[in-house]
Design a protein around this ligand. Structure first.
Ligand SMILES: [Fe+2]
Ligand SMILES: [Fe+2]
Length: 328
């Protein structure tokens, strides 16, 4: 659907009466906590920010399928295998809802795909770490999907309608993902010494990268204030990280395991969790493409896209046939 927004809105020195009216209506919708829909006028910067955020989110879901899909054939039982398959399929579904939401902002799917495969688009840095053991399936579900939930529950109220509605369904599935991860670790924590060690090792490796999933500290996050004013974001990076740390600090006790953070404690005076200094240099290096698995993940994505060409062609041929048929 073509956007009704004039492409040059905001560029001319003196806004027209219509532009002022459109801006006023947009501001009022945001102010009332109402929703912006694809048909509505929106500032170009809002459209651009959302397109970037929603498409990066979609890319993360799709790339995030890879570390876990690698373990489907090695899952230790039929039950574990079917649960993991269902989870990986859910992630494909999340990617689909989010690409659809991103498309309503005016960028076609092919262009979004191209941005990912050419390496121009970013996705969550966490997926550039390898999944080394079966226990990693537990740590990813518990910590990575857990951090995703903490990030995403507030997004259910994002001001852009299609994004918020997609997030409602995604969050329901993410909570199942987190529980299955926790349950894998719980089973290992009650197992042999080797299984306990494997679980602890997975937690050790995913703890810090999962804390970094919330993004840099607030004072180094320049886009956050505008996203909060537009009610895309509802809480700051540090606020969300605090919530998450508080949650896992309790849950790890049920596992009888530890978080690899000797500095972790709740500070009664400030009401905040103190955690170790996170390695933001590593985070930036991974975001820029230099993580342990970046090139592998992108190469696999390109390969899957090439191998899926026949499916896209068949679907397009079917759609053309359907369009031409007389069946309404
Ligand atoms: Fe997901
Ligand atoms: Fe998930």
């Amino acid at each position: 659907m073509a956007a009704t927004t004039p492409q040059n809105a905001g560029l001319s020195a003196v806004p027209s009466y219509e532009q002022e009216q459109s801006q006023a209506r947009f501001d009022a919708l945001i102010e009332q906590d109402s929703r912006i829909e694809p048909r509505d006028w929106m500032p170009e910067a809002y459209r651009k920010t959302l397109t970037r955020q929603v498409s990066q989110h979609a890319h993360s879901e799709i790339i995030g399928m890879q570390p876990e899909a690698n373990w489907i054939t090695r899952a230790p039982s039929l039950k574990r295998k079917s649960i993991l398959m269902a989870k990986v399929q859910d992630e494909a579904g999340h990617g689909l809802y989010l690409y659809s939401a991103a498309e309503t902002l005016g960028t076609p799917r092919d262009e979004l795909n191209d941005q990912l495969m050419s390496g121009r688009a970013k996705y969550s840095s966490i997926f550039n770490y390898p999944a080394r053991s079966w226990a990693d399936m537990g740590a990813i579900g518990w910590l990575v999907d857990g951090a995703a939930i903490a990030n995403q529950v507030p997004l259910c109220r994002a001001s852009y309608g299609p994004y918020g509605r997609a997030m409602v369904r995604i969050c329901k599935e993410e909570s199942f993902h987190q529980r299955q991860g926790f349950e894998i670790l719980l089973a290992l924590s009650r197992g042999t010494e080797a299984q306990r060690k494997m679980a602890q090792d997975a937690i050790n490796r995913f703890y810090e990268p999962s804390l970094m999933m919330f993004g840099p500290p607030d004072e180094q996050s320049p886009n956050s204030a505008q996203s909060m004013a537009w009610k895309i974001k509802r809480f700051s990076n540090d606020e969300l990280r605090q919530r998450f740390v508080g949650m896992i600090a309790e849950q790890v006790k049920v596992l009888g395991m530890t978080l690899p953070d000797p500095e972790l404690r709740f500070d009664e005076e400030t009401g905040r969790w103190i955690h170790k200094e996170l390695n933001w240099d590593e985070f930036m290096a991974v975001i820029k493409g230099n993580g342990p698995m970046n090139s592998h993940r992108l190469e696999r994505r390109r390969e899957a896209h090439r191998e899926g060409a026949w499916v896209r062609e068949a679907a397009a041929a079917y759609a053309r046939k359907y369009e031409n048929s007389e069946v309404a």
